[in-house]
Design a binder for this molecule. Structure first.
Ligand SMILES: *Cc1c(COP(=O)(O)O)cnc(C)c1O
Length: 409
């Protein structure tokens, strides 16, 4: 069966050059521990430091400002936790947004239970945080602002540079999660004015289980999560994931080198997809910002249908997409991102995210447009959720109890 992958915000395939470089460090004499002083360790240490230089160069940082982690989640936890506990004597207030990835949102919420006060900023209908809202939330107790560069569910690009200027002028540490933006739009730590920045390998055509945290030289941050050895200059204990680090170096280097060409290509595909979906299917809305969005990102709500039914039907036709609704993970809650954008609960359930990658072609979009309209038609015909139907409340669903409406019957 023809298989098409439209879920690059969830994870990407590994570039062949990345896999090849990584494999070299799973073979032969390249197994040394980079901390060891002997030849085996030294040659691996050298490769790790070269990878660090590549990651640093790709985001305009210095190599000693890069710490390798087990992924984006760890980098987010490490950034937020480390700033919070290092600056406890200066203040206890943390600002974030309602549409962050759970690696940020749940970390901030956890700190809220440990004596920190938190402000979770609302977003507008495009999923955008307002700089004025950030400014209004700042108090003399604020020690950290953490706002993502680009949203994973709706692709909206946040005003990071402006928030960075504000944070700097108020002497507040600023972290951004750039997992989705890196490799798709320019990411330069000085241009953005950030103190800490999160990257993940598997969102940039690298392997899973590797990420990096940029920590600006002199930033009031220290390691608080892991107790152990002195690896990564005492910033991340644990023997280095050498093959992952090598891969991350190559993936970051290629992401930066190919940025312009690949983004332009992806944007062409994405615009074709958005145009055709919104023109040829009724009761569809683009979610996220129409212009300030990632070049590979298309996300929609289809009224009167469940996101997961669409996903399953698409999967049967060989197309991999994802839904903003978390129903598939056993929860009846629709996406916290879509709800924060003010999308009604029952509409949010009908969300679909199509995120494109460098291996996709215009023919993939044509195939999608062959397959999707009949799926929508069939599901709507089967659906009790036509325009006349009242939305019934599902007693299992926490959000239903709040809003009093639901599309799930
Ligand atoms: C995927 C993702 C993460 C988590 O990265 P992992 O490497 O999978 O832990 C964090 N933030 C955003 C925005 C993501 O899309």
């Amino acid at each position: 069966m023809r298989r098409i992958y439209f879920d690059h915000s969830a994870t990407t395939p590994v570039r062949p050059e990345v896999a090849e470089a990584m494999c070299e460090y799973l073979k032969g004499d390249s197994y040394g521990n980079p901390t060891s002083l002997h030849w085996f360790g030294r040659q691996v240490r050298k490769a790790v430091e070269e990878a660090r230089e590549k990651v640093a160069r790709a985001i305009g940082a210095s190599p000693n400002e890069i710490v390798f982690t087990s992924g984006g989640t760890e980098a987010d936890n490490m950034a937020i936790h480390g700033v919070a506990y290092t600056n406890k004597n200066r203040g206890n207030h943390i600002i974030t947004s309602a549409v962050e990835h759970h690696a940020v949102l749940n970390t901030v919420k956890a700190l809220g239970k440990e004596g920190f006060t938190t402000t979770i900023l609302p977003v507008d209908k495009y999923g955008m945080v307002s700089v004025d809202d950030v400014a209004a939330a700042v108090t003399d107790k604020t020690i950290l602002i953490t706002i993502m560069h680009a949203n994973n569910e709706v692709g909206t690009i946040m005003p990071i540079k402006e928030i960075g200027e504000l944070a700097r002028s108020r002497g507040i540490i600023f972290h951004t999660d750039a997992v989705q933006s890196f490799g798709k739009i320019p990411v330069d730590v000085n241009e953005l004015g950030v103190d800490l920045l999160t990257l993940s390998g598997h969102k940039i055509y690298g392997p899973k289980g590797i990420g990096a945290l940029y920590i600006r030289k002199g930033a009031r941050w220290r390691q608080t999560l892991f107790h152990g050895g002195a690896q990564e200059r005492l910033r991340r204990a644990g023997t280095e994931n050498v093959p992952g680090i090598i891969a991350m170096g190559v993936a970051a280097e290629l992401a930066a080198a190919n940025l312009e060409r690949e983004s332009a290509y992806l944007k062409g595909l994405r615009d074709k997809l958005i145009k055709e979906v919104t023109e040829r299917i009724s009761h569809v809305k683009l979610t996220g910002h129409p212009v300030r969005r990632l070049p590979n990102h298309a996300s929609f709500t289809f009224e009167f249908i469940e996101g997961e039914s669409m996903l399953l039907s698409l999967d049967m036709k060989g197309i991999a997409a994802s839904s903003g609704s978390a129903c598939t993970s056993g929860s009846l809650e629709p996406s916290h991102v879509l709800l924060a954008m003010g999308i009604p609960h029952e509409v949010a359930h009908g969300s679909i995210r199509l995120t494109l990658g460098i291996d996709n072609t215009p023919e993939d979009i044509d195939y999608f447009m062959e397959v999707m309209p009949p799926i929508v038609e069939r599901l709507r015909a089967m659906s009790p959720l036509d325009q006349e139907t009242e939305f019934a409340v599902n007693s299992d669903c926490a959000a239903c109890k709040v809003s009093g409406t639901c599309s799930r019957v």
